[in-house]
Design a protein around this ligand. Structure first.
Ligand code: TMP
Ligand code: MG
Length: 288
């Protein structure tokens, strides 16, 4: 088996090392013309933390910005503090979580839609935020572009914000496609609502991709690298018509101890094969 130095790092946990190495070898043998990458955005392509502080999600960038009233900020923060622990609670089933996530997203989008956010302010809001892309993002985007490998960003965040982040980082290349929650603006460029279908952490699968022919067009790309940080991200490749090799890489940003011991022990998580560092630096430690 070939050694992969990145996998030797202390922050990487792998349930079945031989299987992961076998998958990497098969992907290499199939070559770049067969490869596509599918990635989550928030806390996967963007960083979870920096210097002991949380970095914002695409929703948080808006929530914390100067265009939201103090009252709006408090209400959005209350929603986050109530629903985020539910999102990451390893003791609740997906069936329990799904309706609660719909509730969170719906309430947050309603609050944001009352704030008269201007389309023309988005670029400045992103520039003024603390958002950071994960270390190595340049290499990832540049290499995928150079070799014409499609990168599909599947995000339950805010599409307009995340597109602006990658635009400002100069990596929004032609091989990048985004499916996310997009804002709907009126004729004066004021946010009135979010377009459907609503994408939340636990419906990132084919159900929200109906009618987009994206994966059909890429049907010859049967090797997949999938990147995510939530259990909901594991289903992001479900719409791919023919999968021959898939490497699923999960970033254990939060509750690292609990989540990695579950990975190691649980048949319930058989396909989450490798995990990387937290984006916080070297150690895979929770930041909040
Ligand atoms: P994703 O990374 O799976 O695409 O999910 C987006 C993240 O956004 C998820 O971890 C929850 C978070 N979020 C907020 O931070 N604020 C919000 O108002 C909402 C609805 C979600
Ligand atoms: Mg995420």
């Amino acid at each position: 088996m070939p050694k992969v130095p990145e996998l030797e790092k202390a922050t990487v946990r792998i349930q079945q090392p031989e299987r992961v190495l076998g998958t990497i070898r098969a992907i290499k043998e199939q070559g770049i013309n067969k490869l596509q990458v599918i990635s989550d955005f928030d806390m996967t392509l963007s960083r979870f933390g920096c210097n002991g502080r949380r970095c914002p999600t695409s929703h948080n960038i808006l929530d914390n910005s100067r265009v939201i009233s103090e009252d709006g900020k408090k209400k959005l923060r209350d929603l986050l503090h109530y629903y985020y622990p539910i999102e990451i609670d390893p003791n609740r089933t997906l069936e329990e979580k799904r309706p609660l996530m719909v509730e969170w997203w719906t309430r947050a989008h309603e609050l944001l839609s009352q704030q008269k956010i201007q389309k023309g302010d988005i670029a400045q809001i992103v520039r003024e935020s603390d958002v950071m892309l994960r270390d190595g993002f340049n290499e990832l985007f540049d290499q995928l572009h150079k070799y014409n490998i499609p990168l599909f960003i599947f995000s339950a965040g805010v599409g307009d914000i995340l597109e602006e982040i990658i635009r400002q980082a100069n990596v929004f290349y032609s091989n990048v496609n985004v499916v996310s929650n997009y804002m709907d603006f009126d004729d004066n460029g004021v946010l009135t609502r979010f377009k459907g279908p609503l994408i939340h952490t636990y419906n990132k699968n084919n159900s929200v991709l109906q009618g987009t022919e994206y994966f059909q067009q890429l049907s010859t790309r049967t090797s997949i690298i999938l990147l995510g940080d939530s259990m909901g991200d594991l289903t992001m490749a479900d719409g791919v018509p023919s999968v021959e090799n898939i490497l699923k890489i999960g970033f254990l940003n939060d509750k690292v101890g609990v989540r990695s011991s579950r990975l190691a022990s649980a048949p319930a998580f058989p396909r989450c094969e490798a995990s990387g560092d937290s984006g916080e630096g070297q150690a895979a430690v929770p930041v909040i």
